[in-house]
Design a protein around this ligand. Structure first.
Ligand code: ATP
Ligand code: MG
Length: 335
């Protein structure tokens, strides 16, 4: 069946578009939330600098990559350059300092995959995770934020997809489904692949920004203000893109052979990356290459059970976009 033709035949496409935009608008954080986040960061900076004057704090994740919905927690990275640093000791010390300054629920999770200190600020009501020297996350946050500056449809699509994933329970890495970071990369890749393309591939362009982090060279074109018209040949609306995104993941993607790669702006082969078989716990049932840590498959958390859940949800979403009279409600119904 010709799905593209069918979607163009939805007579309510304009109404649908308005409803998706409304959902998007309702998810955007208000300005006062950003102000409170800055306040909390300033407080943390003050406390941290007393103990480690050379240290710096950076926001990363959804509070800084422009894909954060309202009332998200904030992710902070403490950068300390000290050759023989013991992360656990620093985290415990940090927890001590924060505890004694009226911050609530301070907890050091030193054994987690990414060790962090968690806390809640009673003044602003914001919860926060602080990790140490996770500079690649700070750099991939910048990459995502720069992509979001190029075409507004990326932010719209990613908000809708994240909202769908949270509503449907498929945004839980500990249950074998995907992280928000993985979903945003799926959206970027998807818009790079539209014809005409809606997003360029920043890592294939002349590098205007370059850093080396943990032996990984991170280089890309970051003068994104020059790319504001890049997607203008493509007139697709958000409703069409949401539909096409889900039908790509439901019916179009080759799960057996393909890896999506934002780094190259294309699909690459599993074979080429040696991601064809299970190695340890990495099963590679859905392959999403990290833009910088290219040996890293963000789909590795997905197992043989959760891949069925995930693909079932993509199919459900594609069907709804095709046939449901009220997709903007049905799509986000709790599972
Ligand atoms: P949410 O709104 O759900 O909190 P988020 O953007 O903060 O979304 P997370 O998936 O919690 O997304 O990830 C936070 C940040 O941590 C990401 O933006 C990314 O910089 C980094 N990150 C997360 N997972 C990975 C990973 N597997 N590899 C590398 N970096 C990652
Ligand atoms: Mg987060």
């Amino acid at each position: 069946r010709n799905l593209k033709w069918m979607m163009e035949c939805r007579s309510d496409i304009d109404r649908l578009n308005a409803s998706f935009l409304e959902i998007y608008e309702s998810l955007i954080p208000r300005e006062e939330e950003k102000v409170k986040q800055k306040q909390l960061l300033a407080l943390l900076e003050k406390l941290v600098c007393k103990e480690w004057p050379e240290a710096r704090l950076y926001l990363y994740g959804s509070c800084a990559n422009s894909f954060g919905v309202s009332k998200s927690d904030i992710d902070v990275c403490l950068v300390i350059s000290d050759a023989d640093l013991n992360k656990s000791e620093v985290l415990l010390k940090l927890a001590d300092i924060l505890q004694s300054d009226n911050l609530q629920n301070v907890q050091a999770l030193t054994r987690a995959r990414v060790p962090i200190v968690k806390l809640k600020d009673p003044a602003t009501g914001i919860s926060c995770d602080i990790c140490i020297n996770n500079v690649l996350a700070v750099v991939n946050t910048k990459l995502l934020r720069d992509y979001a500056e190029i075409d507004e449809r990326l932010r719209q699509l990613a908000f809708i997809v994240k909202h769908w994933a949270k509503s449907r329970g498929v945004n839980e890495t500990y249950q074998g489904t995907l992280s928000s970071y993985a979903y945003v990369l799926m959206c970027i890749h998807f818009l790079q692949q539209r014809r005409p393309a809606i997003l360029p591939c920043l890592q294939e362009m002349e590098a205007t920004y370059s850093v080396t982090v943990d032996d990984v060279e991170c280089a890309f074109f970051d003068q994104v203000e020059k790319l504001r018209n890049f997607g203008s040949y493509n007139k697709e609306t958000i409703a069409q893109l949401v539909w096409a995104f889900f039908s790509y993941w439901a019916y179009g993607h080759n799960y057996a052979n393909s890896v999506i790669s934002v780094r190259t702006g294309s699909i690459i082969s599993k074979q080429g990356k040696d991601w064809t078989r299970r190695v340890g716990n990495d099963r590679h049932l859905i392959c999403i290459e990290d833009p910088f840590e290219t040996s890293h498959d963000l789909g590795r958390v997905v197992d043989k059970f959760s891949i069925r859940v995930l693909r079932g949800e993509f199919e459900r979403a594609a069907e709804i976009m095709q046939y449901d009279p009220n997709p903007c409600v049905t799509l986000f119904e709790p599972y």
